[in-house]
Write a protein that binds this ligand. Structure first.
Ligand code: 3AM
Length: 178
């Protein structure tokens, strides 16, 4: 079995800027600059032959390239349940369009439909027992963050290797956008 997800990657300058937002929140585990991405669809564990089928199906997606703007930061969960610090994404019909094409390609491969609404974000940090005040301050101080427009001309199938530390993401295939 291999653990998969579909995501957008970012150019190095954008990743550096995103990584540069980190710090100042004890209890936060910051995402390495190399691992920053925007998840389009988490797939989870699948057998290798199904992974090959998924790859073929994703390769058949025809969607236009587009520009994406990152905008602001926020937190998922509140108080003691704050779990994730994220960078936000400006509303983009092209992004939603691509995401729904990915979703239907995966459903055609026999994966169960995603029940949750797509909520595009870039995970900056995962939180454990982080102080509410520090989180509040982070969101306040970094709220003006903006990056882009970023040209999105491909999306990527990633394999996630779980280990003792942070997960290691391996790009398996890239798919061009027209
Ligand atoms: O892009 P982010 O970091 O928000 O949280 C995981 C990560 O999202 C998410 O898939 C992305 C790549 O690992 N993920 C992990 N397990 C998941 C699950 N069981 C999950 N998303 C939904 N269900």
């Amino acid at each position: 079995m291999i653990r998969l997800f579909v995501a957008l990657d970012f150019p190095e300058d954008v990743r550096r800027r995103l990584a540069g937002l980190g710090g100042g929140v004890p209890g936060a585990r910051w995402t390495d600059a190399d691992n920053l991405h925007l998840t389009l669809r988490f797939i989870g564990e699948v057998p290798e032959d199904q992974a090959a089928e998924i790859d073929e199906s994703l390769a058949q997606i025809a969607a236009p390239a587009f520009d994406l703007v990152l905008d602001g930061v926020g937190v998922y969960g509140s108080g003691r349940n704050a779990r994730v610090l994220w960078a936000g994404v400006e509303r983009s019909d092209a992004l939603s369009h691509l995401q729904s094409k990915v979703e239907s390609a995966l459903v055609r491969c026999g994966l169960p439909a995603e029940e949750r609404k797509f909520s595009p974000h870039v995970t900056l940090a995962r939180l454990k027992d982080a102080s509410k005040d520090r989180i509040g301050r982070f969101v306040e101080e970094r709220g003006m963050f903006r990056a882009g427009p970023i040209r999105v001309d491909h999306f990527t199938l990633y394999r996630s290797h779980l280990g003792k530390g942070a997960a290691v993401y391996e790009a398996l295939s890239e798919y061009g956008l027209g």
